[in-house]
Design a protein around this ligand. Sequence first.
Ligand SMILES: *Cc1c(COP(=O)(O)O)cnc(C)c1O
Length: 465
Amino acid sequence: MKDLLRNIPPVHELQKHKTFYFLCKKYNLDETLLTSIIRQALDAVRNKVISGQQIEKDINSYIWDEIDQMVKRKCRPRLLSVINATGTILHTNLGRARLSREAIDRVVEVASNYSNLEFNIDSGKRGSRHDIVEDLIKEVTGAEAAMVVNNNAAAVFFILNAFGKGKEVIVSRGQLVEIGGSFRISSIMEESGAVLVEVGTTNKTHSKDYEEALSDETAMVLKVHTSNFKIVGFTQDVSTQQLVELKKFQENLIVYEDLGSGVLFDFTEEGIGEEPVVQKVLETGVDIVSFSGDKLLGGPQAGIIAGKKQYIDKLKKHQLARVLRVDKMSFAALEGTLQAYANNKAKDIPVVRDMLLTIEEVRERAMVFLDSATSLEMFHWELVEVDSMVGGGTMPEVKIPSIAIRVQADILSSQTLADELRKGTPSVVVRLQDQHVILDFRTITQGEIPKIVEAFRKIELTYRD
Ligand SMILES: *Cc1c(COP(=O)(O)O)cnc(C)c1O
């Protein structure tokens, strides 16, 4: 062991080695940084020797390999792009919506330059970031006014706090939902300081239930989109229209609807789901609505608040507006996304496009993949009909017919194959269905197809040896 330890070269010797300069160049590394990585690598090698582990090869090449690995780990970003082969369009774990080209271009432009984020170019005076997308939101929703906060969870909290704190907010028991594990309406309400008044039962709530719960303490009636579940059978809920009618019993009553996803494109016209467009909801006379930027809207993470000007003005002036404010890159992306709706180009938005892809279009993509993949002999490929999910806690009951390829490899279990695909570069995340690896081509773009073929090729090379 002592001999081995003595064989470990000192740092200054490695610094003179040609590989040192080679690595600096290859990874665009500063010499000081590489030196510190070398120190860490040498420590790791020493510890390995001391703990009695074998080093199979020549100690020098072993050390350089170790350094190379460490450099690679250090230079690799943590936030990586992955290929979503699950067919779930809004996969919350995979970053939800892919942005449109237009939205991406705006982000790059605004991020690379100074901008008029809070500057009025006409007057040369200080401007408000709220002005950036307000007109666009008004245009596409028909709202009197609008503003944007960090995400829809923030919007719900903000609205409850601003108008309901210390007062009563009435919610149907059928809408006291939990969304995505950590967002519970009842808990958010508690945090906001609003007092929850539950009415009705899990499956049935009537207009009369709300009416009877109204009191001098009531500030608001909240309707929550039960995004990720659906009660079927003997049910009854109260429409937004009916809730608005409650306003005649109480002056100043605010009717607020948390729409969850909220859609600006009418998917019902394409036979998908039953989500009303935001504009239709606002036409009922509801005071405030809020919805996500990165669900079916297909934009960046954001919470959009739209409705009557008197309320939105109050929110803009509230202290929390600053706490929940949105970054310029999100505004840029949101503007690029909303513009598509305003210009009747919603189909340029990847989420909308992927929702509307016909089964024939998906099949075409799968066939392009098969054309290149059949040369890989280790795998069996089979074209199958599947259902894609919308995901992101939206339209839980909606299944969109799609085409997938079911893959099998004789010498690999489906789980191992899925693991290998996931751990590759780029990472390919698949669906496991009935113990089979499934690639659903609804969420796979043309550009990603060669990368997936390559991922399988790498696995074949690894396991063929
Ligand atoms: C998704 C959702 C939220 C949270 O929205 P985020 O934009 O994810 O913060 C709130 N309410 C409902 C009903 C939702 O579906």
